[in-house]
Design a protein around this ligand. Structure first.
Ligand SMILES: [Zn+2]
Length: 247
């Protein structure tokens, strides 16, 4: 294949722009904000679960409290009725009187027990409330942190995308001036050779594979016509000659 030396040099410009695009794509993928946001998202999920648990505990204890207070009320009403009967003087039979008094005493003990239960539930409810409040505040702070990180990530991505768009436009311009068959060979090699299809021959060294050409290879390159498209014997990339090739 033949191509004018200037077109071969132009191919190096295309290569340099392609390398920049690859670097930008890599930067896009490896922004530290991605890892930071993943970490924050997992923390957020944990905190949300804890908050749901605390709020469930809060509503469970509220229900328990209502139920326990109803129990206290029932016992209190029954004790009040018994007391009324006792005070009315209508119960005169000693056995009935004794049974009534014993029931009143037993209801008083029951009421005490139930009131202790209510207090215990109230304590648990207050603890759950305090915990839910604390978790909600922590969650809010974490959400603000995540929003701030997402903002930073989006700004960085927008900057990278703007850079990439301008590099792509420049690349299209330069590539348009390279002969189609040379560009096609370059694209094929670039795909096979990890993103580098054309390399400068710099001080007798292929800048694609970094190997120095041996004397036979150098003589072949020296003998090649200026518009011959030379390939590196080692890595098969297009080897572009420049005044610094050391020939
Ligand atoms: Zn090479």
């Amino acid at each position: 294949m033949n191509a004018a030396p200037a077109d071969q040099i132009r191919l190096l410009d295309v290569q340099a722009l392609d390398v920049r695009l690859t670097q930008l794509a890599h930067r896009r993928e490896t922004l530290p904000e991605h890892a930071e946001i993943r970490e924050l998202d997992s923390e957020l999920a944990q905190q949300r679960d804890l908050l749901v648990a605390a709020r469930t505990e809060e509503s469970d204890t509220a229900r328990e409290q209502t139920k326990a207070e109803q129990d206290v009320d029932q016992v209190r009403q029954r004790a009040a009725r018994d007391q009324q009967r006792l005070d009315s003087g209508m119960v005169t039979n000693p056995r009935d009187l004794e049974s009534l008094q014993s029931e009143i005493a037993s209801l008083a003990r029951r009421q005490d027990d139930l009131e202790t239960i209510v207090l215990d539930i109230m304590e648990r409810q207050e603890a759950a409330q305090a915990r839910a409040k604390e978790l909600a505040a922590a969650l809010e702070a974490l959400e603000a942190k995540a929003a701030e990180a997402a903002g930073r990530r989006d700004a960085a991505l927008a900057e990278i995308d703007a850079d990439a768009a301008s590099v792509r436009a420049e690349r299209a311009d330069v590539a348009a001036a390279v002969p189609a068959d040379l560009l096609k060979l370059y694209e094929k090699l670039r795909e096979q050779q990890g993103g580098v299809g054309a390399a400068r021959l710099y001080q007798r060294r292929c800048e694609g594979c970094r190997l120095e050409l041996n004397i036979t290879e150098l003589n072949e390159v020296r003998a090649a016509a200026p518009d011959a498209v030379v390939r590196c014997e080692n890595c098969r990339r297009i080897l572009v000659r420049t005044p610094e090739s050391g020939l």
